[in-house]
Design a protein around this ligand. Structure first.
Ligand SMILES: Nc1nc2c(ncn2[C@@H]2O[C@H](COP(=O)(O)OP(=O)(O)OP(=O)(O)O)[C@@H](O)[C@H]2O)c(=O)[nH]1
Length: 257
């Protein structure tokens, strides 16, 4: 598989997650596949392939901590309310193509909601965050989504429902919350993830999944529309990845969920 990858300037590898793999696959492919998403090299950081991702949810559910865990690998126990919006840019190289994720961290506090909502427009992905140890934050998730969707095209925006603070929940409570969350995610057609910014559990896999899917929905479909050779190469490589994954999954059928 490696030989068919486009030549890419070596850089610090941050992910071994092949494109288009499911969430379960991402969990199980870490040691088995070659790199498809890398941190972009310095000269590629000016690339114009950008996806806007907005992060919404109740006050103090952990939106800022989630983003900071991924972008800075830090965690702050002290709560500092986001005022309006914050912004982080994360740069990738996906199968040789530079790609940037703009992560918009919006305020959960009611008094800032109006300011934050002015930044919702033009999102390629919406991440609705709730706290796995707080039922009302899941109850409110639908309202956050409806709000965030108002200025966006429902047919093209990618949706993610993310439960944070997995480390805090008692196993029984967690199981019950997850059942509810999965039901909601199916209803709103969002992909569901459970993470912990404190321990880092699943945070990186989640954002790399967001990067893969938004890359596919934005850059790759543009390349395909222009019938570019690069798009054909990328599709070919992902198909190979898919085959390799099927073989891998067969071999590891006992450990895959
Ligand atoms: N135990 C635990 N605490 C967390 C986790 N994520 C966030 N927290 C804590 O939850 C509190 C709120 O986190 P923030 O990330 O600031 O919440 P927010 O959603 O950005 O809040 P607003 O800016 O007000 O909307 C902080 O005290 C964090 O330390 C987690 O995964 N586990």
């Amino acid at each position: 598989m490696m030989s068919s990858l486009p030549s890419v300037k070596e850089d610090r590898i941050i992910c071994e997650l092949p494109l288009y793999f499911t969430r379960d696959a991402a969990v199980h492919t870490k040691d088995s596949f070659n790199v498809t998403v890398r941190e972009a090299s310095q000269e590629q950081k000016t690339g114009s392939n950008v996806a806007k991702v907005i992060v919404v949810g109740d006050v103090a559910v952990g939106k800022t901590c989630l983003i900071n865990r991924f972008c800075k690998d830090t965690f702050d126990k002290t709560y500092k309310a986001t005022i309006g919006v914050d912004f982080e840019m994360e740069r990738f190289e996906v199968l040789g193509v530079p790609f940037n994720l703009q992560l918009w961290d919006t305020a959960g506090q009611e008094r800032f909601r109006c300011i934050a909502s002015t930044y919702y427009r033009g999102a390629q992905a919406i991440i609705v965050v709730f706290d796995l140890s707080n039922y009302s934050s899941l109850d409110n998730a639908r309202e956050w989504l409806e709000d965030a969707m108002k200025d966006n095209d429902p047919s093209s925006v990618l949706l993610f429902l993310v439960g944070t603070k997995k480390d805090l929940s008692h196993p029984d409570q967690l199981a019950q919350m997850e059942q509810e969350a999965i039901r909601l995610s199916e209803e709103i057609r969002a992909e569901y993830w459970a993470v912990s910014a404190l321990s880092g559990d699943s945070v990186r896999d989640f954002f790399l999944r967001v990067a893969s899917l938004t890359f596919e929905a934005t850059v790759l479909s543009d390349l395909e529309r222009n019938n570019s050779r690069q798009a054909r190469d990328i599709v070919k490589i992902s198909n190979n990845c898919d085959e390799d994954f099927k073989t891998f999954k067969k071999r590891h059928s006992n450990c895959c969920r």
